[in-house]
Design a protein around this ligand. Sequence first.
Ligand code: GZL
Length: 326
Amino acid sequence: MMLRRTFLALATGVAAIGLGLGGASAQELPKLKKKDHYKVGFAQTESNNPWRIAQTESMKAEAAKRGDQLVYTDAAGSAAKQVADVNSMIAQGVDLIFLAPREEKPLIPAVMAAKKAGIPVILLDRNVDQSLAKAGRDYVTFIGSDFVDEGKRAAEALTKAMDGKAKIIQLEGTTGSSPANDRRKGFEDYIKAHPGMQVVASQSGDFARDKGRQVAETLLQAHPDATAIYAHNDEMAIGAIAALEAAGKKPGKDVIVVSVDGTRDALQAIIDGKMLATVECNPKFGPKAFETLDRYAKGEQIEPWVVNTDRFFDKSNAAQLIADAY
Ligand code: GZL
């Protein structure tokens, strides 16, 4: 009996080490030594729209305000380049990396490389595939909006405005990105309970205005009976409005447009009656990102998801809030 118990204990121990559950350093989240000033990396996905530019400006402004050194990279829309950018930050020996993973899976190796190098990572704005990496184990936390809720709120507003009956064209964000995956999920889960609300076509416009216009043009030709457009971000929604007008359709009358972000152009489109509403997705991460870094350096236990709360913009408040929009 003794022999069996010893064997079992040994086997469990070996298995645990094999799974990396044993060796403390290999599995522990890197710590952040408290300093007066830090050298931090910020790996941005691209700068192809006002949202991303506003996010970058906010991070740079907060770093400057604190006298911290920011090693900034722009992956120009390439997940592979973003992985290389993170690896270069690791080589430069930054204290911590802020990463907005362009897509949920390709950035996992970068997160694991930083962990192996003893550099903590805070995910901003977009998340990684939760089955492959975990907050508190592989990275410190994810700071960002609830994209599923954004999709749900867009669906709620559209369902109400259309009395529960619409043929919807969906313009999806960047393929494989968490905002695109979750904004789709939130929207489609909501309309399941409203059979009159039908998505007749769904395609990625890569969160970009011109791509969004081109995709909207194609889908409107294929679905001339479409009565609504749900865009995963305002840039694509603005592109879709241009496509509608080019097709001789009146946005806000013939086709109702709803979106996410809360950019200045979107609020203007709402004021002009061309867009129904947009759910805010606040890009000004700077203060909260560095506040979370400070909390972590002080040894605080950081919650796995630091949630950004989102307002809702429609004709009731767009005019009074446009002055602060980006
Ligand atoms: C959302 C962010 C998205 C914005 C888009 O947090 O990742 O990326 O909604 C941006 O405008 O391109």
